[in-house]
Ligand binder design. Structure first.
Ligand code: FCB
Length: 448
């Protein structure tokens, strides 16, 4: 094992398939993807990469790649089909086999306990708008930890609570498809509470290291000389970054900027006071110390002052002048350095070691006549971002790992199978896996 951890990442619903097998219950993503018009071309995760059956081949690919660690997620509805109550032993058996195979191959398993696949039965009770979901999450985590904590030493509680709240509950473009706008804000608090309770459950089971994986984006003002644009950028940073990190490392919620308070346009002093869903003691639970901050970075966000009748206190404007990925996302490697340095500046000694738990790009990868996927743009992307990470380390940020999103091309949420992020190409008709040029490049890069 290197002291710096090199890895790749995946998530259960995006790769496993076997949606109805071995007692798995339905998740919000099963429901959502089967609703007409939700996912591009009606794609679903029913089969995905068929990893549930092909995992030995995927572990062999990881071994060939030479990574130190593999970040995958555990599907809550495989372990507890109803979200709470009866445990499905076959679900736990699956993850135990995977963990054992990884360990046998010398690869550290880094399971994420929640990557957006809430059991549908819990959504039926209000999902993350319901405070009880936080407690159910901790109960589920305790079940998993009881089985695996003798072998797994690094755990990730949640994946990207910001993105889950915004896409799933505010805009409705991801499961569960609710478009509540600012009324979705309690989803932030309930997920963070679930995180804190899960940290405590993991500690009780003897887990040595617990991280969270937060999506963060450096917020840049469209015109740096405009005070209104700078205020818009700070408002956006509060929502995207500080709302999900301040309570972990400072034990408080940031003040919400004017315009981000549901039911009020006047601006309210604090998130907790405004929402009324934060109870005494919650912040102590959320601030339970953790051992690592996982940062998922894709691109910066450019902000301008809002128009007078805008609901939100910022306008997201296109960030131009950079190459773009197949998704249309700008490729800005130095944004990773900028972000890591900003986290260090804000939290100082309270910031635990940082791990880049996701970074990568979608490209229109097609195998050539010779079967080779020559994804030079991905190689340039990864190379540039790893260099930016080195610059952040040189500026004093304690970054200890880097995980490429993703090992495999997979089900990219609302985009279905249209966006390919893998180091390994997957032909979804045959399930044939073909390592891309970037796979070979990454293997070389991390072996030196
Ligand atoms: C992140 C998600 C991950 C993947 C990448 C492209 O927001 O965590 O599952 O879809 O984006």
């Amino acid at each position: 094992m290197h002291t710096f951890i090199w890895g790749t990442a995946t998530a259960a619903y995006q790769i496993e398939g076997a949606a109805d097998e071995d007692g798995r219950g339905p998740s919000i993503w099963d429901t959502f993807s089967h609703e007409p018009g939700r996912v591009r071309d009606g794609h679903t995760g029913d089969v995905a990469c068929d990893h549930y059956h092909r995992w030995p081949q995927d572990v062999a690919l990881l071994a060939e790649l030479g990574v130190d660690a593999y970040r995958f997620s555990i599907a809550w509805p495989r372990v507890l089909p109803e979200g709470t109550g009866a445990v499905n032993p076959k679900g736990l058996d699956f993850y135990e086999r995977l963990v054992d195979a990884l360990l046998e191959a010398g690869i550290a398993p880094v399971p994420t306990l929640y990557h957006w696949d809430l059991p549908q039965a819990l959504e039926d009770r209000g999902g993350w708008l319901n405070r009880d979901t936080a407690g159910y999450f901790a109960d589920y985590v305790a079940v998993v930890a009881e089985r695996l904590s003798d072998r797994v030493s690094r755990w990730i509680t949640l994946n990207e609570p910001f993105v889950h709240m915004v896409q799933g509950y505010a805009l409705g473009v991801h499961a569960p498809g609710r478009a509540l706008m600012l009324d979705a804000l309690p989803v932030a608090h309930h997920q963070l509470l679930g995180h804190g309770l899960a940290v405590r459950a993991l500690r009780a089971a003897g887990a040595p290291e617990v991280w969270i994986a937060n999506n963060c984006s450096p917020a840049r003002p469209a015109s740096p000389s405009s005070e209104a644009d700078r205020a818009a950028a700070e408002a956006y940073a509060t929502l995207h970054n500080w709302l999900f990190n301040d309570p972990l490392f400072l034990g408080t919620y940031p003040d919400l900027p004017s315009g981000l308070s549901p039911g009020s346009s006047s601006g309210e002093p604090s998130f907790g006071v405004t929402l009324g869903c934060v109870r005494d003691g919650d912040l102590d639970v959320i601030a339970t110390p953790i051992d690592g901050l996982g940062v998922n970075y894709y691109n910066p966000t450019l902000l301008a002052a809002p128009c007078p009748d805008d609901v939100l206190p910022f306008d997201i404007v296109p960030l131009t002048g950079y190459p773009t990925t197949a998704f249309g996302w700008p490729v800005v490697p130095d944004g990773l350095r900028e972000l890591l340095v900003a986290l260090k500046e804000r939290y100082g000694a309270a910031l635990p070691p940082v791990y880049v738990t996701e970074n990568g790009c979608s490209q229109p990868d097609v195998p050539g006549q010779d079967g080779v996927v020559d994804d030079q743009a991905r190689i340039a992307f990864l190379d540039g971002h790893i260099a930016a990470l080195d610059r952040a380390r040189a500026e004093g940020v304690d970054v200890r790992g880097y995980f490429v999103w993703s090992l495999l091309d997979n089900f990219e949420w609302a985009e279905g199978y249209h966006q390919r992020f893998g180091l390994v190409h997957v032909d979804f008709a045959t399930q044939r896996r073909t390592p891309k040029a970037s796979f070979h490049w990454f293997r070389e890069r991390i072996s030196t």
